[in-house]
Structure formats: C-alpha cells, structure tokens
Design a protein around this ligand. Structure first.
Ligand SMILES: Cc1cc2nc3c(=O)[nH]c(=O)nc-3n(C[C@H](O)[C@H](O)[C@H](O)COP(=O)(O)OP(=O)(O)OC[C@H]3O[C@@H](n4cnc5c(N)ncnc54)[C@H](O)[C@@H]3O)c2cc1C
Length: 386
C-alpha cells in the first residue's frame, strides 16, 4: 500500500467534480490532497432552474458555496483554468501552475448563444441562471402572444429539459389564467424528443407535450434570429414569428479543453467507456465533456445522472489505486431522469444506455409521486454533498 502523499486535482465543481471530490474524501486518508478548481463561487443545482423560471425557486435556495467543501478537507481553488496539460496532469489557474498525480476533468459544456446570429439579444437562455431569472421577469409582463421554446442545435445537455420547460411554461400560463391568450411552440433541432432512449419513449414524450396544446416542430435547426421583426429562421428554410423566446443555446467543448488537444474526435473527449480514463494515464474525463459512442450510432446523452455515476467510478478507482483496497469498478451506462409535466406531476424514465444493439429505457406512468421524488432528490442533493 502506498503511504506517500498523493494529489488529486479535480477540474470543475459541477455535478461530476462535486461527487468525485466527496467520494474521494470518503475513500482516501487525510494525508492525500484533493483539490477542486472552478471559476464559479457557487455550485448550482441545474434541474431546479426550470422551477426558478416560473417563480417556484430563488437562486440562493438552489445553490451552495463550493468553499463549504473545505470543512471536509477538500481544498477549493476559485479561478479560471487558463491552460491544461493532460499528459503532465497540470493546469494553470490564477496564473499559478498546479500539478497532480491524478487529474479528473469535469468541465462540462460551454454555452455558445453567440454562434447563432441575433439569438442572445432576442431571447432568454434557459440554461443559465441569468437567462432564467430574466425570463421569469419577462413572463410576469407577458399576458398574450406567441411563446417559443427553441432548442438551437444538438448535442445539448439534459435531453428532457426543453420539453419540461415547455410543459412548465404551459402550466404557468394556465395558473395565471392566460392560457387561451398564449400560443406555445417548441422548435427542436432533433427529429424527436430524447431519441437515444428509443422510439417508444420518444413518442410518449411527444404525446405529453402535444396533449397540452404545445405545437411541436422537430428537425428545426436554428440558423438566425431577427430580433427587430421577431422572426426565427431555421436551416430547413422555415420561418416563425414569436413574441417571447426561451432558448437552449448551442453547446461546445470548453475552450481550455479544446486547446489542450484532448478533444479530438467529434469535438468531445474520448475516454474508456468503462473507466473514463483518457489516452493519458491517470487523467480521467467525466460528464458532459466526454463523447461516448453507443452501439446504436449516437453518443451517450449529456446528463447529470451520468456525470454522477461516472464520478463515483473514477473516485473509487483512484482511491483503490492509492490505498490498494477494493476491486476496480466500471461505469455501467445506466441512467434515469424525471420529466416534469406541470400540475405537480412528473414522469420518470430509467434504463441501460449501454444496451446493445440499442439502449433499453423504460418510461413509468407519470404521476404526482414522481414529482414528489424529484423534490426529495433536490433536497438530498443540496444536503448530501455540502
Ligand atoms: C436547466 C437544466 C436542467 C437539467 N436537469 C437535469 C436533470 O434533471 N437530470 C440530469 O441528469 N441532468 C440535468 N441537467 C444536466 C446537468 O446539469 C449536466 O449534465 C451536469 O451538470 C454535467 O456535469 P459536469 O460535471 O459534466 O459539468 P457541470 O456540472 O456543468 O460542471 C462544470 C463546471 O466546470 C466549471 N468550468 C468550466 N470551465 C472552466 C474553466 N476554464 N475554469 C474554471 N472552471 C471551469 C464550470 O464553472 C462548472 O461549474 C440539467 C441541465 C440544465 C441546464
């Protein structure tokens, strides 16, 4: 068993980084250093942004200071990572170099609304705190007209989120008794909802959306927004008017990861699909920055549930290598998600995304119990890791 002190450097204090740090601290004696680096001061529980959008949450209730982790013996460095060398397991943050024995990269995706002309000026970003807070304010004054939810391009994280957003906005309009005055459209760059989970589940989600009178327009890849005339332009030649626009922006691999040379194929980071190790020994990548091809030909969806499970595997295997205790674990490709429907109801899907030839994912009958389970999950997340 190794007794010398080892350092594990974790890049990102989002879902993957937070879970890795906590699990490692549980598995490693105190002599080993665990360092988390993030530009953000606070960890935000992203699933609750959709409740914040309609006034059901406040930002301070769904975020926690990362510095709290220091109490557990996890070092937290706040700053922008400006350079990354996966081969030497070193980074530059706040103009200082840090090098480690193990590197875990969980830097998520970079949101890139600026890559669609007119988009950021015209609407509200559903995927960041500022955008959803501004959308909530705009909704208060919105009493009639065309409300458009747009998924600009693929891939994007949390394949359920835009569908949930449209359903929660529909519910909000009903609660405010303006539903008859509002036309709701959902334009998506993909051919159907949550396609990787299979045609049956995709059709079921589509039905849930359309049953609420939301007009669904698949295969609409956003190319431009004319803010003055309030017109959406799609690459299939279609155009559509809107009065209020909520969007999921294009996603790309974070700049510092792209510059490190790690993200070669398809723009995302290739890893061993079971251990999450990159081609550089002792350097791991987990969560949204990874590109893991599935047998069906599409990549594993980007979702917190996978970042979480991958973090547990990587933390366990690093602790095992350092302490010599336990057996190697493998990421199984299993995942699950809630789908908020409004009316305090939700659906739930769970399955094996590594299933061959196609993922095996089952959707359970929606009801109030899944919504209650999601409330519990939120509570547990914010308590358990901080
Ligand atoms: C509205 C919404 C709802 C969602 N709902 C769900 C859900 O219900 N279920 C689910 O499974 N998933 C959900 N997700 C997706 C989930 O949040 C992500 O998949 C998950 O956060 C990915 O974890 P990660 O660790 O890969 O990246 P993140 O959690 O995004 O963490 C990346 C971290 O890296 C930091 N960072 C990046 N670059 C740098 C840099 N250069 N220097 C310093 N720090 C940097 C960022 O500040 C960030 O904190 C949702 C997402 C959104 C937006």
């Amino acid at each position: 068993m190794a007794t010398e002190s080892k350092t594990v450097l974790i890049l990102g204090g989002g879902v993957g980084g937070l879970v890795t740090a906590n699990e490692l601290r549980k598995g490693l004696p105190k002599q080993h250093r665990i360092i988390v680096v993030d530009r953000a001061v606070k960890h935000l529980f992203y699933p609750s942004l959709l409740w914040l959008m309609t006034g059901l949450r406040q930002a301070e209730k769904i975020s926690r200071d990362l510095a709290v982790l220091e109490r557990k013996g996890i070092e937290v460095v706040q700053g922008e990572i400006s350079a990354l060398n996966p081969a030497t397991r070193s980074i530059v943050v706040n103009e200082q170099a840090l090098t480690a024995d193990y590197l875990v990269i969980s830097l998520g995706t970079e949101l890139d609304p600026g890559s669609v002309p007119g988009l950021s000026e015209a609407g509200y970003n559903l995927y960041d705190l500022e955008g959803t807070e501004n959308l909530r304010r705009a909704l208060k004054n919105f009493r009639e007209g065309k409300l458009a939810v747009v998924v600009a391009s693929t891939p994007y994280k949390c394949p359920a989120a835009p569908y949930e957003a449209a359903l929660l906005l529909e519910y909000d309009c009903r609660k405010r008794k303006i539903r008859n005055e509002v036309e709701l459209d959902l334009y998506a760059a993909e051919p159907g909802p949550m396609g990787v989970a299979g045609p049956k589940l995709s059709a079921a989600v589509r039905r849930l959306v359309e049953k609420k009178g939301i007009d669904y327009h698949p295969d609409h890849h956003l190319s431009q927004v004319d803010q003055e005339a309030r017109i959406l332009h799609f690459s299939n030649g279609h155009k559509a008017n809107y009065d209020l626009l909520a969007y999921v922006p294009p996603h790309r691999v974070p700049r510092v990861v792209a510059e490190s040379g790690l993200a070669l194929e398809g723009g995302w980071v290739s890893v061993n699909r079971y251990t999450l190790e990159t081609r550089h020994p002792s350097t791991y990548a987990i969560g949204d920055i990874t590109g893991i091809p599935l047998a069906m030909g599409k990549p594993l969806p980007k979702a917190g549930v996978f970042a979480h499970a991958q973090a547990e595997v990587v933390a366990h295997n690093i602790a095992r290598e350092i302490t010599g205790k336990g057996e190697i674990k493998h990421f199984s490709g299993h995942g699950e998600c809630f789908i908020e429907l409004g009316d305090r109801r939700a659906g739930f899907a769970r399955g094996d995304f590594y299933g061959e030839p196609t993922p095996q994912v089952k959707m359970f009958t929606p009801g109030p119990h899944w919504h209650a389970a999601k409330l519990l999950f939120e509570k547990d997340w914010l308590r358990r890791w901080f």
